[in-house]
Design a binder for this molecule. Sequence first.
Ligand SMILES: *Cc1c(COP(=O)(O)O)cnc(C)c1O
Length: 416
Amino acid sequence: MHIHPDAPAVARALAPDEPVILNRPHAAARAARFFAAKFPGKSLYAVKANPSPDLIRVLWDNGISHYDVASIAEVRLVRETLPEAKLCFMHPVKTASAIREAYFVHGVRTFSLDTFEEVEKILEATRDAEGNHAKDLRLCVRLRVSSEYSELSLASKFGIDLADAGPLLQATRQVADWLGVCFHVGSQAMTPFAYVQALERVRAVIADAGVVIDMIDVGGGFPSCYPGMEPPPLEDYFAIIHRHFEALPIAYNAELWCEPGRALSAEYNSLIVKVERRRGDELYINDGAYGALYDAAHVGWRFPVRHIACANGNDNDGVAAFGGAIDTQDLQDFSFYGPTCDDADFMEGPFMLPAGIKAGDWIEVGMLGAYGAAMRTAFNGFGGGETVTVTDEPMASLYRGDRKDPRVSDNVVSLR
Ligand SMILES: *Cc1c(COP(=O)(O)O)cnc(C)c1O
């Protein structure tokens, strides 16, 4: 794979007519080292955020040994990429054949669940040839918790209610070699208090059930940086989680886990898109709602953008024409239309770009490593394009140590 210094250099070299995904392995490596060193427990990578084998190898090389997988295809993908990795099948509703293949072929022992039916299904699917139940199952009961502090809710689909969790934990304890409790506070949790509230629920459930708990998994939800979404430092999240974990009535050697998807992958990718047409403050670009900009279209997510000028307004006259300069003057708000023929292929933004931007120019859209590159489809014949590696910094980073603490600006998030 070709290595370029930055997005303008890619535009000069390739003059791309299709979207180009830019990989930043150094940024993903830094995120992995941060979690491996500073989270007071084990960090699993939630593969759905970005299943790129290149990314998964970078994370492994930088201290991430456990992977949260949710489908048999993700199990196979990580196993092929990393033969030694520990895989944890954390989707609470699985098919029996997926459980069977994961257990017998890929060595998966850790499974999550939120119903009695799923416990039964896991037990059945992992029976040996003589009909004996597996003795080495590591089972995690998923608890429903609030998503009120997060930008994207994960509260309605999975998780057993507090009131019903006691009997499920007791029944699961009977068949599990090792018992965990897991939850997910929703994605992009903008304050560590989200985890405090969830851990309070865990405390109530454990006290009620009276069973020995070997592991607490606080899930994903760790934020990244986007326009208008500047979270407090991750160290604050880790400190608060650790303090509340230590106060739980659990085994003295109980483990603490987390499952970041977004926080480990967001800085890994950006995307170069081409402006095909301008209509006032609307830009028609070549990626959108069915591509890497899914969240920009469907949940109004804002991503940082950077203009890459095509020097003379003509994109057909060769490499020498590209100025590649990054304008910072005279910015105005734009919205985007994606390439498909669907009206819903629209991204309101606002995206701040130079007033003089024109058809033939490019835009680099940043912070697309999580739920961006992973969301591309081939709908309407779009979704192609190259992937290259660049060496410059992502447009924002939680891991560089030079970020301004948002609590000292007016954008104050109350912490405790
Ligand atoms: C999606 C998901 C994650 C990752 O969530 P992020 O908000 O991206 O950190 C972790 N665990 C489970 C079970 C998930 O479904």
